[in-house]
Design a protein around this ligand. Structure first.
Ligand code: PEP
Ligand code: MG
Length: 757
């Protein structure tokens, strides 16, 4: 049974769209459970009804015709209870609702199980039988298992086929498409054309695309086939002496597949029908895999892996062709399963209008980079139909986290209006650039900018920022093919320091690991955020750390505007070791005759242990900087990149606020200043609280700088302290956010917390 289950789930996951997925479910479940009917109802929250979407056993004409209100009928009962309902005689149940078009009256035994994804009822799967008997426990648990396994796949397929399905719903509803919902990654409205970015060599990640030149695509595919054949022949020869003949037969089987009709011919036919080579190959491989996985014979079933392997080999060659490099036209909205900071860094800035990623959240580094680049971004859109989006018009609403694929003219017009309002607000905010960042009663709160891009820092110098409060040095490392050397690093840092001088620049030492991978330094871990990252890596590799330390020290010679920040400090001894390496670098350079000084050193407080040892850490350095992005994830035990728990990730959690206060108090005892450089610093809703805590300065993305300044200029220090005191008595992050939104609305700053006005 486990096997059947696995196969059903696999098939559904690879279904090209929702309709096909649902058809597959009912077709497979009915014989697997030995029942007379299997049907799937999907819940449409907009129309507030459950709709029969697929059935095996009821009349096919009832599909889409049978619709029940949310609490109507037995299906409504299953959905509202969110648990299975198992009846021996459905027609005699008071909630039974009869639909003549279904032909359902002949069935008595009824079992309905809700399909739930992230607490949301997506629909109900129902099996029925003639016999007036309730279903046995085995069948109940099986259907519950199927529904649970399928929930994710349906949610995904729902989105993949959403457009097709919602068209059907729309016909009756006369409404616009339901938007997909993720989390806001970077404020703004991004409108344009989707360009799907996908990891190389992954067939499943290939998006649908049409061939721009069929003959060229065919040629490319045929060349790839020849290259793979050559590889396999070579491999077979090389291993002929060590492999037993039955294993060698595998290579012959591969060659047969590559010579044979089905795999190659079917792909060529798809290309001739207009599909782009990689997507034609993807569909052919999926089709073959399905045929093999359906086979009862375990030997033949395993051939599915061979087909997948061959598909991967062919794809690799096809992707070597320069034609496969994505084409970024003006108005590109980058779309992908997992858009990373380096994918974003690779795309041409001037063409980018937005970013939409199925994974990640507000504090993923891709979102942070998008904010730095002022590109609207929506992250964690779990059910994003990535495969079908390439070339479609899209809207990314970076305020609400909504995404519209092929939006209607009405939606488009509304967003164009919002974008105009937004541009006007930005203009008004720009007028603040020259004004000082101080509270109503004159307390200065210096605002610094977060950066980390090699590129132009003109936006920072134009923004009126006091300097750079967090320069993430990992980005220059990420866009290279190997570790940059001392001179290369020194030139990069010097360039920044010179442009900013005499303003201060705080550079953080390399903080890779977690979600920031270097392509040339792969780290494979089960729990990367709890693993080898930041200072842990650089202390283990003093040769890397010392090169960076020397480059940093040399880069500020004669300028004197550099501060250094150490990430991920969890132990006092780590700080001692890092400081000692910096001293070593300093002494070496002096011996070499360089005119270098030891810059002020600081520690990032981003791990709970550092909160409790804030005073001890502060005594050893010149300043502390609170990294709320990581501090929140470690205090709340919520992965900052995981969209499934994004709702739990909230830096306004009372525990995070109290931890920050504790850091400020610890630093004050040591007589050292504290800044904040996590994303919370750029959230206008948090500004009064941060001022009230007594933080000495903020470091934020340029896009948020004037917004935060506007808030600062609207409150006195005393008001901010009172707001903080009130908030510290609250227990619930959402209530805190609501309260703070109210405070900003009352102060006439509502446009900062909602799009448009
Ligand atoms: C933080 O953790 O708050 C921080 C500023 O560092 P990063 O986001 O680069 O991990
Ligand atoms: Mg961090």
């Amino acid at each position: 049974m486990l096997d059947t289950l696995r196969r059903i789930v696999e098939e559904v996951s690879s279904a090209p769209n929702l309709d096909a997925a649902l058809e597959m479910i009912v077709k497979r479940v009915k014989p697997a459970m030995g029942v007379e009917v299997c049907s799937v109802y999907l819940t449409d929250p907009i129309q507030k009804e459950h709709i029969l979407m697929a059935t095996e056993g009821l009349r096919s004409e009832s599909v889409l015709m049978v619709r029940l209100l949310l609490d109507e009928g037995l299906v409504g009962l299953v959905a509202s209870r969110a648990e299975p309902v198992n009846l021996s005689d459905a027609p005699s149940h008071p909630r039974y609702r009869y639909f003549p078009e279904s032909g359902e009256e002949q069935f008595h035994g009824f079992l309905g199980v809700p399909i739930i994804h992230h607490r949301k009822v997506l629909g109900v799967v129902v099996v029925q039988q003639h016999a007036a008997e309730a279903f046995g426990e085995d069948n109940v648990t099986l259907l519950v298992t199927i529904a649970a396994q399928l929930a994710g796949a349906i949610a995904h397929a729902d989105a993949s086929g959403e457009i097709a399905t919602l068209k059907l719903l729309k016909k009756t509803a006369g409404e616009d498409f339901r938007p997909l919902v993720g989390v806001p990654g970077a404020q703004g409205i991004g409108m344009g054309t989707a360009v799907v970015i996908y990891p190389m060599e992954d067939l499943d990640a290939i998006p649908d695309r049409l061939a721009s030149d069929i003959d060229l695509e065919l040629q490319l595919f045929q060349d790839s086939v020849e290259q793979v054949k050559n590889d396999i022949r070579r491999l077979s020869e090389r291993l002929s002496e060590v492999l037993p003949s039955e294993d060698k037969a595998l290579f012959d089987a591969y060659l047969m597949m590559l010579d044979g009709d089905s795999l190659i011919r079917a792909t060529e036919d798809r290309i001739r029908d207009g599909a782009w080579g990689p997507s034609a190959l993807r569909d052919t491989v999926r089709e073959h895999v399905r045929v093999f996985t359906d086979m009862e014979d375990p030997y033949l079933r395993e051939r599915a892996d061979d087909v997948r392997d061959l598909g991967g080999r062919l794809l690799r060659y096809m992707q070597e062709d320069p034609m496969q490099v994505p084409h970024f036209s003006d108005g590109t909205v980058l779309v992908g399963e997992d858009i990373t900071a380096s994918m974003l860094a690779d795309a041409p800035r001037d063409k980018l209008k937005g970013v939409i990623s199925a994974r990640g959240s507000r504090t993923s580094h891709a979102a942070i980079l998008a904010r730095a680049l002022e590109i609207p971004a929506v992250m964690g859109v779990e059910d994003l139909p990535v495969g079908q989006m390439d070339g479609s018009p899209v809207i990314a609403d970076g305020y609400s986290g909504r995404v519209y694929v092929s939006p209607s003219p009405t939606v488009r017009q509304e967003y164009e209006r919002l974008a105009r309002d937004e541009a006007q607000l930005s203009e008004e905010l720009n007028e603040l650039r020259e004004l000082p960042s101080q509270t109503k009663d004159g307390t200065k709160i210096p605002l610094f900018a977060n950066s980390g891009l090699l590129a132009d820092i003109t936006p920072i110098t134009n923004s009126g920022a006091e300097g750079i409060g967090l320069y993430r040095t990992e980005y220059p490392f990420m866009i290279r093919q190997r570790f940059p050397g001392e001179d290369g690093q020194c030139a990069t840092y010097r360039h920044i320091l010179e442009q900013m001088a005499p303003r201060q620049v705080t550079m953080r030492t390399l903080d890779v690991g977690g979600d920031k991978a270097l392509p040339y330094f792969p780290i494979n871990e089960d729990n990367p955020f709890l693993g080898w990252r930041g200072i842990r890596i650089t202390l283990d590799h003093p040769e890397i750390f010392l090169v960076q330390a020397r480059a940093m020290l040399r880069s500020c010679a004669g300028l004197g505007n550099l501060n250094i920040l150490l990430p991920m400090i969890t132990n006092v001894w780590e700080l001692d070791e890092a400081l000692s390496l910096f001293r070593q670098a300093h002494e070496e350079l002096l011996e070499e005759g360089e005119k270098v000084i030891m810059p002020p050193m600081g520690v990032m407080v981003e791990v709970p242990s550092a909160v409790y040892q804030a005073e001890n850490l502060a005594r050893r350095v010149d300043f502390l900087s609170i990294g709320t992005n990581d501090l929140t994830q470690y205090l709340l035990a919520v992965d900052r990149n995981n969209a499934s728990v994004a709702e739990l990730y909230d830096a306004l959690h009372p525990a995070v606020l109290r931890a920050m206060l504790q850091v400020v108090e610890g630093a004050a005892r040591a007589g050292k200043p504290v800044s904040i450089c996590g994303e919370l610093a750029g959230d206008p809703v948090a500004t009064p609280l941060l001022i009230g805590m007594g933080l000495d300065s903020f470091s934020i993305s340029v896009a948020s700088l004037q917004r935060v300044k506007w808030v600062i200029r609207n409150f006195t220090l005393e008001q901010a302290q009172e707001i903080l005191q009130h908030v510290l008595s609250m227990e619930n992050p959402r209530a805190i956010r609501r309260y703070m939104v109210g405070i900003l609305e009352d102060a006439g700053l509502g446009s900062l917390v909602r799009p448009g006005r």
